[in-house]
Design a protein around this ligand. Structure first.
Ligand SMILES: O=C(O)C1=C[C@@H](OP(=O)(O)O)[C@@H](O)[C@H](O)C1
Ligand SMILES: C=C(OP(=O)(O)O)C(=O)O
Length: 445
């Protein structure tokens, strides 16, 4: 799909950004809406689904296992297989660039007595899959074939009789937690997932909404114990997917950095497991007003008014990382314009995303004149208020959509333009990014 020659793109210093913008639907919720809808009995109607390549691949995978998924007007309709029935897919499931899609689906099929093959693009094929295969092996899964270090392509064979487990998630990962919870759906008895560090809770909330029997208890140390009863009767739901905070991060930071900007971002998901970037930007002095906070379909959403601001460096607490894990690249860009130093510890998980984001960000910052220090699991950035002397570099995106969008945001406020080597991956999570940013006044092109 992305074998075409790379398409570079540049962003240049822009006049004040203004207007209202509605970012696409949340990627995490969109993947889960198609998966659970594809599994449940009856019809699931979804509005606001993210039509990015990652999510569409999950839709294809669910179709290959027997679900009916189609778009009717503005709505996506999933008719699930019902009764926990999934068909063995005829061909390999190709998840492209999508870690969430492949890891959650491995969990979903991992307790079925069938064989499933998983493939992905060059980026996904470098990412570790052992983190989901390990608990699934405990449930009885057989890894028929895998590349070295449990990497794609991988063929799985589920057990005849899967056993429930109790699993303590060893790293802060919603994908690993979710893979175990999804595998538990087809296992009789109670599976327990112990989560020492809370991560996004969409799987828990949405599975409960579809009718699964699931209880979450947080102990005195803040450790979450999630117990799920296998073989639930899941029933189709109506889902309105709120705007993705990880996508909103780009126009949000752009409006903070470009002087004189005044932008409203509408209908953004405000689930506290996802709002670490807003908290951090507020601490740095960003002028962000949260308007019209409301609850829609079980999730808090709000409109955010953002104005051009002068930022100061802060230390971001390591324990905040899970609530803004995908936002560090664009936070590092914001920090490049702040007065003083911004310290970001607790970033080990950034090394295993679509790229090694810690080194990709440091490399991109340095190429554009930013003073930064990359540690084993940390990044420090010393900013230049006003973007004086910044820009003028070309950034390698390493097949990573967030690196691509973050550095285009940098170009809007830096003294000299910033170029990215390839824009193709932006379509995985935010196909409308360039048009939306241009409508606000961004000079991208
Ligand atoms: O569960 C999810 O929807 C996601 C979890 C996070 O990954 P990890 O679980 O690897 O931290 C995040 O980076 C990803 O974009 C989406
Ligand atoms: C890490 C990300 O996604 P995934 O793991 O689903 O590829 C992301 O979107 O930033």
């Amino acid at each position: 799909m992305h074998n075409a020659s790379p398409r570079p793109l540049s962003a240049a210093k822009s006049e004040a950004l203004t207007g209202r913008a509605r970012v696409p639907g949340d990627k995490s919720i969109s993947h889960r809406a198609l998966m659970f809808g594809g599994l449940a009995a009856g019809e699931t109607r979804i509005t606001g689904l993210l039509e990015g390549e990652d999510v569409l691949r999950t839709g294809e995978a669910m179709r290959a296992m027997g679900a009916r998924i189609e778009k009717q007007g503005q709505e996506w309709i999933a008719v699930g297989t019902g009764n926990g029935a999934l068909l063995q897919p005829k061909d390999a499931l190709d998840f492209g660039n999508a870690g969430t899609g492949v890891r959650l689906t491995m969990g979903l099929v991992g307790s079925y007595d069938m064989e499933t093959r998983f493939v992905g693009d060059a980026s996904l094929s470098k990412r570790p899959m052992g983190r989901v295969l390990d608990p699934l092996r405990e449930m009885g899964l057989q890894v028929v074939s895998a590349e070295a270090g449990d990497r794609l392509p991988i063929t799985l064979r589920g057990p005849k009789h899967a056993a429930p487990i109790s699993y303590r998630v060893p790293m802060p990962s919603a994908q690993v937690k979710s893979a175990v919870l999804l595998a538990a759906l087809n296992v009789p008895g109670v599976t327990t997932v112990i989560e020492p560090v809370a991560t996004r809770d969409h799987t828990e909330k949405m599975l409960a909404g579809f009718g699964a029997s699931l209880e979450v208890e947080t102990d005195a140390d803040g450790v979450r114990h999630i117990r799920i009863e296998g073989q639930p009767k899941l029933t189709g739901q109506t889902i309105a997917v709120p705007g993705d905070p990880s996508s909103a991060a780009f126009p949000l930071v752009a409006a903070v950095l470009v002087p004189g900007s005044d932008v409203v971002i509408e209908n953004m998901l405000m689930n506290p497991t996802r709002t670490g970037l807003v908290t951090t930007l507020l601490e740095m002095g960003a002028d962000i007003t949260i308007l019209e906070r409301r609850n829609e379909g079980g999730e808090d959403v709000a409109d955010l008014r953002v104005r051009g601001s002068e930022l100061k460096g802060v230390t971001v607490p390591a324990e905040r990382a899970p609530s803004m894990i995908d936002e560090y690249p664009v936070l590092a860009v914001a920090a490049s314009f702040a007065e003083g130093e911004t310290r970001m510890p607790g970033l080990e998980e950034l090394r295993v995303k679509e790229s090694d984001r810690l080194s990709a960000v440091a490399e991109g910052l340095k190429a554009n004149g930013v003073d930064c220090v990359e540690g084993e699991a940390s990044l420090s950035v010393t900013g230049r208020p006003g973007g004086r002397g910044l820009g003028g570099g070309t950034v390698s995106t390493h097949l990573d959509h967030r690196i691509a969008m973050s550095f285009l945001v940098m170009g809007l406020a830096a003294e000299k333009p910033v170029t990215i080597d390839d824009q193709a991956m932006i379509a995985t999570s935010f196909p409308d990014f360039t048009d939306l940013m241009r409508r606000l006044g961004a000079r991208i092109g």
